[in-house]
Every structure is written in structure tokens, then in C-alpha cells.
Ligand binder design. Structure first.
Ligand code: MN
Length: 190
């Protein structure tokens, strides 16, 4: 297995802007490689979910939970839905170039082996469309029609729902500011 030299963080936000979606972020080379998951997440290895690559984000905003004000891009409440560490199975730059990135996640909700695969496009142009897929392992769930948004609507940081985040538009929380979080000692960053 490819060995990463540093601990790499991952963050998943649940964000209600024009539509409800997840923001999926993997720390790499000083930034957060970022994707949007408009159709949610699926733990079933026989399925995959549409995943759209978006520009890199700054690491320091990775865990921030707040309301994005009206008038700004992505206006609406966002909460920290999961975070932890990720471990690539191979060279990340190569994987991003090739459109095939396999990795382990160790978070509160997302664990085990996952695959990001870019959807091929004609003419050799690298598109923005990927698929996120759970690889078979002990963390996978078999065929399900479970509604993740309904089952797991809360922040792993504060326990709040999106409605509760929206009701406190001036409150900005992050892993750094929330010293009481149970994983703080394990993950003393951001
Ligand atoms: Mn978003």
C-alpha cells in the first residue's frame, strides 16, 4: 500500500443551499480537494453516487459550521456532518490525473474503503463528473433504500440539525472553537 507521510484530514459538510447536498473534502498538498454530492451518499458497493468536482478549498475552513449569508455563494446553513482522517491507497496526484482514487476513511460516520472514479468523457477531456462508490468491506451496507438525510441529519460537532444551524445565523463553530468535542484529543487540528 502507498504510504502517506502525513496525517490527512477529510471533512464532509451537509449544506442546504439551493438544494440539499454533501460537500466532500480530502486534504492533499495543503488544500482540500473538493467535490459536491448532490444525490447523497451510499454505503452499498453495488451502487455509486454522482459526484461533481469543484475548486479546491482552504484547509482552515474545513470544519467550519455556520450559515452562509444571503447574497454569498452557497447561501444557507451548513453543518459538519463527518470528519476524520483518510489514507490513499496509491499516489494521490496520479489518482487525480487518472480519475481513479481509492482510499480509506476513518471518521465518525464514514469508514472503510471508498473509490472516487471520474466519468470518462469523449475526446480525452477531463470532466468534472465523478462517481463515489463504497468498496466491499465490513463497513459496507447491503442494498438499501435508507434515507441518509433523514437518518443522520445532525452535526458530529454540535449535534445540531440544519434547521438549528439556520436558527443561529451568527454562531460560527469549528473543531478549533469547540474544545469539548470528544475527538479533540485524537484529532487536534483545525
Ligand atoms: Mn456546498
Amino acid at each position: 500500500m502507498y504510504r502517506s507521510e502525513t496525517l490527512r484530514r477529510f471533512f464532509v459538510k451537509l449544506h442546504r443551499a439551493r438544494s440539499l447536498h454533501f460537500d466532500f473534502r480530502l486534504e492533499h498538498a495543503g488544500v482540500l480537494k473538493s467535490w459536491v454530492l448532490p444525490d447523497g451518499l451510499c454505503w452499498d458497493p453495488v451502487e455509486s453516487r454522482r459526484t461533481i468536482a469543484v475548486p479546491d478549498h482552504q484547509v482552515r475552513y474545513g470544519s467550519v459550521e455556520r450559515v452562509i449569508p444571503v447574497g454569498q455563494y452557497g447561501a444557507g446553513p451548513m453543518l459538519l456532518w463527518d470528519y476524520g482522517t483518510w489514507l490513499p491507497c496509491h499516489d494521490v496526484d496520479q489518482g487525480l490525473r487518472d480519475g481513479h482514487l481509492m482510499f480509506h476513511l476513518q471518521g465518525s460516520r464514514l469508514n472503510g474503503l471508498w473509490l472516487l472514479e471520474r466519468t470518462p468523457v469523449r475526446g480525452g477531456v477531463r470532466g468534472k463528473n465523478w462517481r463515489l462508490k463504497k468498496e466491499p468491506d465490513a463497513e459496507a451496507w447491503t442494498v438499501s433504500n435508507r434515507n441518509i438525510f433523514a437518518e443522520m441529519p445532525t452535526s458530529v460537532l454540535t449535534g445540531r440539525t440544519l434547521d438549528e444551524v439556520a436558527a443561529a445565523p451568527r454562531r460560527v463553530v469549528s473543531l478549533r472553537s469547540n474544545g469539548s468535542h470528544r475527538n479533540q484529543r485524537l484529532l487536534p487540528f483545525v
